[in-house]
Write a protein that binds this ligand. Structure first.
Ligand code: C6P
Length: 401
């Protein structure tokens, strides 16, 4: 069981701002002390570049940076070598688009994605379809349940890529990714899972999912900003070309040719965010120790309490499926009110909520709405905070009247 009150003690921001109600973890999470300390410890005690020195300080930095890949791998049941550290989910998906898609998608091929994708898992595929003269096909969403309407006939022998999110950042919907991957595999397509809103919140097992690639952001899972990762099945990572080229990713270079380093280093060109990567490993370990099943249960509870209370407010318009079918994300609007105004008023009462278009323009166009206010929950949120949020929201609505 998650004890949010106890967990909050691990997060300096809540000690420094005890009245803060942070309901925007889907944008970026807060970080526990162990992650912040790890960054400080690196710079104070063994700051040096990795894989570039034969002195002990550099060995220590390299050892810890490599180990962090294994810690992230453990969280999602992968091998350490299958984890490529990136800046964020966006970079991880672009890596697949350019290192795999550009070489393997041909004219007339198909890329299948969904209309609920975050732009990070939409634009790279839209661009790749344009560059390679391929067809972009979209799995539709049911307007009332906000769930995917998957018909397996959308994936054909021409499909080269199936790219979809495990959880939506707008509605929280958890998609039937395993089922879709099974169909994609039967048709010989590669699968790319955007797990930015899943890895921090629900148990994710890449072997069980059967995906080829999976991307997530370190900064949404208690790690530092500027960190993220790509999981890639090792045979695939070994066989594809690198995305970014330069120092640190080669075995040998001659005037005529270059040979790539072994995975994952072949995909980590240039000096990476060493401190950030090591701290991301600590974040993954922290989550693993808490237990992803328990984290999911905690968020489901908060989401269902919050949704129930929001449903009772006549002026509130809600989007998304039932609480058991989503991660802790609730998008809503208040009738006849601007979403930024509502978020601004929430802020003046100490509640951090995101408002706007949430990088899902195709989905919003489909739903026929301009944007929303969004609240999202994590391990450190409590039921008391939800109650306080509801009270404040009601106060704002009565004031608007
Ligand atoms: N969503 C939000 O919803 P980056 O910015 O690269 O770390 O993550 C991109 C991304 C990709 N996929 C999904 C499902 C996401 O939710 C996000 C990031 C944030 O508030 C920022 S737009």
């Amino acid at each position: 069981m998650i004890d949010a009150i106890k967990i909050r003690e691990d997060f300096p921001i809540f000690k420094n701002s005890p009245s803060l109600i942070y309901l925007d973890s889907a944008a970026t999470s807060q970080r526990p002390e162990v992650v912040i300390d790890t960054l400080k410890e690196f710079y104070e005690n063994y700051n040096s570049n990795i894989h570039r020195g034969v002195y002990s300080l550099s060995f220590e930095a390299s050892r810890r940076y490599e180990k962090a890949h294994y810690k992230v791998a453990e969280l999602i049941n992968a091998e350490g070598r299958e984890i490529v550290f990136t800046k964020n989910t966006t970079e991880a998906i672009n890596l697949v688009a350019y290192a795999y898609g550009l070489y393997n998608i041909k004219e007339g091929d198909e890329i299948v994605t969904t209309i609920m994708e975050h732009h990070s898992n939409f634009i790279p595929w839209q661009k790749m379809a344009e560059l390679r003269k391929a067809n972009l096909k979209l799995i539709p969403v049911n307007k009332s349940t906000c769930e995917l309407e998957f018909d397996e006939r959308i994936i054909t022998e021409k499909t080269k890529i199936v790219a979809l999110s495990l959880a939506s950042n707008f509605m929280g919907t958890i998609n039937p990714v395993k089922e879709i991957i099974k169909v994609a595999k039967e048709k010989g397509s590669i699968t790319v899972v955007d797990a930015a809103q899943a890895v921090p919140h629900i148990p994710v097992d890449v072997k069980d999912l059967g995906c080829d690639f999976l991307a997530a952001s370190g900064h949404k899972m208690l790690g530092p900003t500027g960190t993220g990762f790509l999981y890639g099945r090792k045979e695939l990572l070994e066989s594809i070309e690198p995305f970014i080229m330069g120092g640190g990713m080669i075995e040998d270079v001659t005037v005529e040719d270059s040979k790539w380093a072994e995975i994952p280093w072949k995909f980590e060109a240039g000096t990476p965010d060493i401190a950030g990567g090591i701290a991301l490993g600590e974040a993954a370990e922290y989550l693993k120790n808490l237990g992803m099943e328990d984290i999911f249960e905690h968020e489901k509870k908060l989401t269902s309490v919050c949704l129930e209370k929001m449903k009772e407010i006549e002026e509130v318009e809600l989007y998304g499926p039932a609480p058991e079918k989503r991660v802790g994300v609730i998008s809503f609007n208040v009738k006849d009110a601007d979403f930024h105004d509502i978020a601004g008023m929430l802020d003046s009462e100490g509640v951090c909520a995101r408002s706007g278009r949430h990088c899902v323009h195709p989905l919003l166009n489909f739903l026929g709405i301009e944007g929303s206010v969004r609240v999202s929950f994590y391990i450190y949120n409590t039921e008391e905070e939800i109650e306080r949020f509801i009270e404040i929201l009601k106060k704002i609505i009565s004031y608007l009247k």
